[in-house]
Design a protein around this ligand. Structure first.
Ligand code: ITT
Length: 202
């Protein structure tokens, strides 16, 4: 079993990852297991840059293969805000959702998407960065109690339920995080087969 650090303190993300990576022969630990760890400043200008910062910092501190995501909500009518500032948009989840709904009052365009960029790092190097997205709309009133963050306000295309009304299993089939992790798994499997080929040619 390979040990891997999820470079996050966000327990909700961690639970989603544990489910998404179920059956992958990985022991997933998080930064919650490293109480002395000091979070790096997320001063990137893109999801990719911030995911790289988090993944590098985690692998360098723990000296184990790491992955980390930077994620957030982009709302079309708000010029893609809050975007990379999603967690800094207000003090807590409830206030964040309230702020989005307030900013969108009277606006017809409710289109939005969640973005998740996962970076994998080891040996002071980012080995890959993978982006997942899911499109939908922001509804008028929050609905549902599952999930976290902006989930109660976001209804994915093709559903009449918000992310917070879907079960975790349902969200994990279509979410931005699920799309990104799918690419991660594909990448790791491809790399493994290249490695296997190289080894078998000796
Ligand atoms: P870490 O940096 O420790 O991973 P964080 O919560 O600060 O935790 P981000 O900087 O990536 O993570 O901020 C992402 C924010 O975007 C998060 O706090 C939520 O408000 C929102 N978000 C991301 N994914 C989401 C999801 O699946 N559902 C709802 N909101 C989400």
């Amino acid at each position: 079993m390979t040990k891997i650090i999820a470079g996050t303190h966000n327990q909700h993300k961690l639970e989603e990852y544990r489910e998404l990576l179920d059956g992958q022969d990985l022991e997933i630990v998080s930064l919650n297991d490293y109480p002395e760890y000091a979070e790096p400043e997320e001063n990137g200008k893109t999801f990719e840059e911030n995911a790289n910062i988090k993944a590098l910092s985690a692998t360098n501190y723990c000296d184990v293969l790491s992955f980390a995501d930077d994620s957030g909500l982009e709302v079309e009518a708000l010029d893609n805000a809050p975007g990379i500032y999603s967690s800094r948009y207000a003090a807590n989840d409830k206030a964040r959702v309230e702020r989005i709904l307030k900013e969108l009052e009277g606006k017809e365009n409710r289109r939005a998407r969640f973005v998740c960029v996962i970076s994998i790092a080891f040996n002071n190097e980012v080995v890959g960065s993978f982006r997942g997205e899911v499109y939908g709309k922001i509804i008028d009133e929050p609905r549902g109690t599952n999930g976290f963050g902006y989930d109660p306000a976001f209804m994915p295309d093709g559903f009449d339920k918000t992310f917070a009304e879907l079960t975790r299993e349902e969200k994990n089939k279509i979410s931005h995080r699920a799309n990104a992790i799918e690419k991660v798994i594909e990448f790791v499997e491809d790399e493994m087969s290249i490695l296997d080929d190289e080894l078998s040619s000796f």
